[in-house]
Design a protein around this ligand. Structure first.
Ligand code: HEC
Ligand code: HEC
Length: 290
């Protein structure tokens, strides 16, 4: 091997590379960098031995520690589930009447149930429970299907006008569109409905509308229009409307009918969650001005 030229000042060998008269010295890699390299190689070899690393033919090298991130996540999820079950245990084991009588639950669980409501119900009934056209208020204390804990739980579980076998059915017929009554009668009965809620109305037309009402509507809405709790027909005199209480809205309801759909939550929410939401509605309706 040829003897290489040396740097005259430091005595270090030169590599033989030269740029514009500047010659490159063949300095060794600094010791700290060299050691860092050796240590990182050693650590990675240790990792191959301890942890899952190489793919094998039908398996993979599991490492002597037998660590699995999947097992770790599964254990964490199981623990969280168990924790949740325990935290919400009263809702799973007690019946709705007993739960409704327990006044300590609202302070303890109100906030977490509010989230459950926001995730599942607010899209239709709105965040503040006050509803919007087509979706009834759940906070006004006026119930279509009575406000007992059991009935509310039933509504949430099976829904209204759904495909579930146990569904509630609420059918406001299309009296005008289906030709069950004539257009002038739709107008008259509309005036009568306006009178029921104390709104401005044509008194003569409303008188004629009373007869139309008795013959066609009272069977569901009651003789005085105050609704019944067996068929979901709303009270037409309380000033709380699902679809709006203006002359035009009422006319539309009577002419074209209404069949609101409230989804069935059985299978999508657990029994405990359905009970929690039932209580949530009761707590909120309790504070509502009627
Ligand atoms: C897709 C829209 C939609 C969603 C989501 C929804 N609802 Fe409803 N809900 C309705 C409609 C529409 C009605 C009224 C049906 C009718 O007009 O007869 C209703 C009616 C109800 C009633 C009956 C009210 C009464 O006066 O008797 C209750 C209780 C209720 N919903 C609770 C809930 C709860 C709790 C949730 C969340 C788990 C929820 N709803 C989610 C659309 C919805
Ligand atoms: C078969 C039972 C039934 C009969 C008969 C019936 N209704 Fe209804 N009506 C309902 C139900 C149920 C609803 C609620 C529908 C819904 O929420 O989707 C309703 C809703 C209404 C509404 C809308 C109320 C609101 O809050 O927006 C008006 C107005 C109304 N009915 C008027 C009448 C009039 C007037 C007649 C007679 C011409 C009549 N109904 C006959 C069952 C009936």
């Amino acid at each position: 091997m040829a003897v290489r030229e040396k740097d005259p000042v430091s005595g270090t060998e030169l590599t033989g590379h030269e740029w514009d008269g500047i010659k490159e010295m063949d300095s060794p890699v600094p010791w700290a960098s060299r050691w860092a390299l050796w240590i990182s190689i050693a650590v990675s070899v240790l990792y191959w031995i301890l942890y899952p690393s190489f793919p094998l033919v039908s398996e993979y090298a599991r490492g002597v520690l037998g660590y699995s991130s999947r097992a770790e996540v599964t254990a964490a999820v199981t623990a969280a589930d168990a924790g949740r079950k325990q935290a919400f245990a009263p809702f799973a084991s007690e019946d709705i009447e007993a739960l409704a009588a327990d006044t300590s639950l609202e302070a303890r669980y109100g906030a977490s149930i509010a989230k459950l409501y926001a995730d599942n119900c607010a899209a239709c009934h709105t965040e503040n429970l006050k509803g919007q056209p087509g979706f009834p208020s759940l906070a006004d204390g006026h119930w279509l299907w009575s406000g007992t804990p059991e009935e509310i739980e039933y509504t949430i579980r099976y829904g209204i006008n759904t495909l579930h076998d146990e569904t509630r059915i609420a059918q406001m017929l299309a009296f005008g569109a289906d030709g069950m009554i004539e257009k002038p009668q739709v107008k008259e009965v509309t005036e009568f409905v306006l009178s029921l809620s104390g709104q401005d109305h044509d008194a003569v037309a409303a008188e004629a509308g009373r007869v139309v009402f008795e013959e066609n509507c009272a069977s569901c809405h009651g003789d005085d229009g105050r609704g019944g709790y067996e068929n979901g027909a709303p009270d037409l005199g309380d000033g709380h409307w699902i679809y709006g209480g203006s002359r035009e809205d009422i006319y539309q309801s009577v002419y074209y009918g209404r069949q609101g759909v409230m989804p069935a939550w059985e299978g999508r929410l657990s029994d405990a969650q359905i009970r929690m939401l039932t209580l949530y509605l009761l707590w909120n309706a309790e504070d509502a001005p009627s």
